[in-house]
Design a binder for this molecule. Structure first.
Ligand SMILES: Cc1cc2nc3c(=O)[nH]c(=O)nc-3n(C[C@H](O)[C@H](O)[C@H](O)COP(=O)(O)OP(=O)(O)OC[C@H]3O[C@@H](n4cnc5c(N)ncnc54)[C@H](O)[C@@H]3O)c2cc1C
Length: 406
């Protein structure tokens, strides 16, 4: 029995049923919806995986569970995901940033494919069935549901996704498993009341963002929003810093270097050069750094540079302030906002209690895990689904083998 009708649960169920036709596989889902996150993922297009075909490189995108996924990927990796869907008529395409989507650009294509597989291999699906308790009875499992029904099964795969609150893991803790405290990951930064938010919609191709008092620093695209900052650099910080930032109550200071190829000293030298080269030009007219014009004007205003000032006449106080604002502008972050509803929870079942080759519990035989319920999470870009496919495939394969041997 597979608990949870999400990406990981479906992948476990269809692969187990396909590999061992003798198995009777059932997915139980507590809601009235199947694959609901797949449906909304990637803006309705489903970012199935990431076009990275090197295990070391791929694993570096998982703030939690890096070493664990490295072992799992030896069994089922990105190329296997691409091949698996291709064999079932679903071609994937790669976007410039490496994200992979079905060529249809519709998440429904992935859902249809998985549902077709359940039909083909006779997987039963029961919805509105919430598992409340799992009891191990000698060789079998007794499953208790919220509606009082009980079922007895040989194998259980928990693919229940992440939970935001620790107590939601209680039914798993009862089995003896330990839980890493859940905390949010993948969020954007709120910078309320700061004039930067007036530039909403402006994006910078490459900025460097540092969180003061930590070692956290990321470089990449940054988007200014009406509430603060978003974009890959911010999302990556939120993922790598998920625990530290929770401990800070999501209130902290950041410094943004809008020109990460420079630091204060090298930019001062560059300014010396520009003062000579552009002497008679007004600073407001044009920026020589390729920054969006609105951002450049904002930085000039923040540095008290007057509109009529020419490069040759830039007073040293204003120049110093401008260089500081360009290389290390400070912002106070006060709270977080979910990114396009895409969030994952960091935390979950502790990985040292799970065999990365089979997804079987090291504590309780014939108990398996798949997907976000484990203490694995990736940054945005298809990494979370790849983990769901890999762990689902491993659990399904291991169950099919264990059932054949029983
Ligand atoms: C809006 C959004 C967009 C996303 N976009 C992407 C993306 O494009 N690419 C990417 O890689 N990742 C994306 N993610 C992350 C990705 O969706 C998840 O990491 C992934 O879906 C996890 O799969 P899962 O099967 O482990 O869990 P889930 O998809 O959460 O499925 C778990 C299922 O188990 C059910 N369940 C829970 N408890 C019980 C119980 N006791 N009994 C029965 N059923 C139970 C739940 O109702 C749920 O249906 C996105 C997430 C969100 C929220």
């Amino acid at each position: 029995m597979v608990i949870g009708g999400g990406a990981a649960g479906f992948f476990c169920a269809v692969n187990a049923a396909r590999l061992n036709p003798e198995l009777e596989v059932t997915i139980v889902e507590k809601t009235s919806k199947l694959l609901s996150k797949v449906k909304v993922s990637g803006g309705g297009r489903c970012n199935v995986t990431h076009a990275c075909f090197d295990i070391m490189e791929m694993s570096a995108n998982y703030p939690r569970g890096q070493n664990f996924v490295k072992k799992c990927f030896h069994w089922f990796f990105t190329n296997d995901t691409v091949q698996w869907f291709k064999e079932r008529g679903v071609e994937l395409k790669t976007e410039e940033d490496g994200r992979m989507f079905p060529v249809s650009d519709k998440s429904q294509t992935i859902i249809d494919c998985l549902l077709k597989e359940t039909n083909k291999y006779g997987v039963s699906i029961r919805m509105n069935k919430e598992v409340k308790e799992l009891l191990k009875e000698e060789e079998v499992w007794r499953i208790r549901f919220g509606d009082q029904e009980e079922l007895v099964v040989d194998f259980v795969c928990i693919a229940s996704g992440g939970f935001a609150k620790s107590h939601q893991f209680d039914w798993i803790k009862k089995l003896g498993h330990s839980i890493e405290e859940p905390v949010p990951s993948l969020f954007t930064f709120n910078i309320p009341g700061n004039p930067i938010t007036e530039l909403m919609g402006v994006s910078v191709e490459r900025a460097s963002v540092k969180i003061i008092g930590t070692k956290l620093e990321e470089q990449g695209p940054l988007l200014i929003t009406h509430w603060g900052m978003s974009g890959p650099s911010i999302l990556r910080l939120s993922a790598w810093g998920a625990r530290e930032l929770t401990a800070m109550g999501h209130n902290f200071e950041i410094r943004v270097n809008w020109l990460p190829d420079y630091h204060q000293q090298t930019l001062t030298e560059k300014f010396r050069e520009l003062r000579n080269k552009l002497a008679s030009q007004k600073l407001f007219n044009k920026n020589s750094f390729g920054l969006p014009q609105r951002l450049w004007n904002y930085l000039l205003e923040q540095s008290h540079v007057k509109e009529e000032i020419r490069w040759a006449d830039l007073p040293s106080r204003e120049q110093h302030l401008l260089i500081t604002n360009l290389c290390a502008e400070a912002f106070s972050v006060k709270g977080k906002t979910t990114f396009k509803e895409e969030f994952v929870t960091a935390g979950g079942v502790i990985l040292s209690e799970i065999d990365p080759n089979t997804m079987m519990s090291k504590l309780v035989p014939n108990l398996f895990f798949a997907g976000e319920v484990m203490d694995v999470d990736g940054i945005t870009g298809g990494f979370n689904f790849q983990h769901a496919w890999t762990s689902g495939w491993l659990a399904g394969t291991a169950i099919s083998i264990a059932a054949a041997e029983a």
